[in-house]
Write a protein that binds this ligand. Structure first.
Ligand code: UDP
Length: 380
């Protein structure tokens, strides 16, 4: 789902039913849950979002919802020690620490007024038994693609942790004004070069060596770029300390690095010609919804599966081989942005975007699925 006019044809309705939604506190899980909430709100449901006091959603963007905070039981010092190695622990920890506050909160809400059902992230494992104990129906939102389900079923991952996370600190946000400045620059100089947008989502981390290769790959591509480097996303660095010497001088005004960007707005801008992504499912969908071809560097979880669809099934992106050195990376980037292959990918991306838009119009498959969901909830 994409939150640019998710279902443009939905008529505002009113049914006075209350729904409680409970997102997992990670960006890639919060965004789709809030998008679903928006759609259900346009269908007349009253929306209550229960969220943890850890990584709380930005409430100011959603005055139409009621937000209720519960304690996640993570002390500040524990927050600070979160990294790739402890992240599985965090998921498990939250699935225990939230049981009591969530149950109490849910029971209080039920005392006030009936709730039609609970919609919780699939990773909130404990919520089914809470819903059962309160005689409440529960619907699960999975935030990864459908195609991952059979693949997961076929793999045994063993005991190794594949979940990567980091705490989002006070981030220097990129504003719309910043985007306009970069793009103004493009039109004032009559510069029609396409810009590469680079972001690896909200939780992935990389080594200094990988970061350095990425930087030189970008420099070597000779393309203009906007690069999101989240603070804490490079092991052992606060932010850009491990940027290789000479990189800034080499790229000059061609490149800009920010701590966070309003990604959907960036991707929607006509100047963006390609997205170098880790292929988180949200990022992949957002790129498809804006008709932007991708350069794929999947890290973990569902990302390799998503990337395989992008490159081999839809043919709207190129995979970067892990073995590539920075020179080869630079050449691969340049090919997608300026080469014939890239322009064919761009055409296919645009036609996939059209198909997606159609699926969200009345009679389309996404539209119909949402209608079915609403009918189901109303039948509870
Ligand atoms: N995102 C953003 N700005 C950034 C980086 C990420 O708005 O600078 C958003 C992005 O639009 C997406 C989410 O964060 O909706 C990341 O989710 P995704 O599933 O792509 O990856 P994850 O963070 O779960 O690995």
């Amino acid at each position: 789902m994409n939150n640019h006019e998710p279902v443009a044809t939905v008529e505002p309705q009113s049914n006075n039913r209350r729904l409680v939604l409970f997102p997992l506190p990670f960006q890639g899980h919060i965004n789709p849950m809030l998008q679903l909430a928006n759609i259900l709100h346009t269908k007349g449901f009253k929306i209550i979002i229960i969220h943890t006091d850890f990584n709380s959603p930005n409430q100011s963007n959603y005055p139409q919802f009621t937000f209720v905070s519960i304690s996640a039981g993570l002390s500040k010092s524990k927050d600070g020690s979160l990294n790739l190695d402890t992240s599985n622990y965090v998921i498990n920890f939250l699935n225990k620490s939230c049981i009591e506050p969530f149950t109490v909160c849910m029971a209080k809400l039920l005392e006030l007024e009936p709730v039609t059902c609970l919609i919780s992230d699939a990773i909130w494992h404990f919520t089914q038994s809470v819903a059962d104990s309160l005689k409440l129906k529960r619907i699960v939102l999975r935030t990864s693609s459908m195609s991952c389900i059979p693949v997961y079923a076929a793999f045994v991952l063993g005991e190794k942790s594949y979940f990567k996370t980091t705490i989002k600190e006070e981030l220097e946000l990129m504003t719309e004004k910043d985007i306009e400045e970069i793009h103004k620059d493009r039109s004032e100089k009559g510069n029609k070069e396409l810009i590469l947008y680079v972001s690896f989502g909200s939780i992935a981390q990389m080594s200094e060596a990988e970061f350095s290769d990425m930087a030189w790959g970008l420099a070597n591509s000779k393309q203009r770029f906007l690069w999101v480097v989240r603070p804490g996303s490079i092991y052992g660095s606060q932010w850009l300390e491990s940027l290789p010497k000479g990189f800034m001088e080499e790229v000059g005004e061609r490149g800009r690095i920010v701590k966070w960007a309003p990604q959907q707005e960036v991707l929607a801008h006509q100047a963006i010609g390609c997205f170098w992504t880790h292929n988180g499912w949200n990022s992949t969908l957002e790129s498809i919804c804006e008709g932007v071809p991708m350069i794929c560097s999947p890290c973990s979880y569902d990302q390799p599966i998503n990337a395989r669809y992008v490159t081999d099934v839809w043919k709207i992106g190129a995979m970067l081989d892990e073995e590539m050195n920075w020179e080869q990376t630079g050449i691969a980037i340049k090919k997608v942005i300026t080469g014939k292959e890239g322009s064919e990918m761009r055409q296919r991306s645009k036609s996939l975007q059209e198909k997606v838009n159609k699926s969200m119009q009345k009679g389309g498959s996404a539209y119909q699925s949402l209608e079915n969901l609403v009918d189901y909830i109303l039948s509870i």
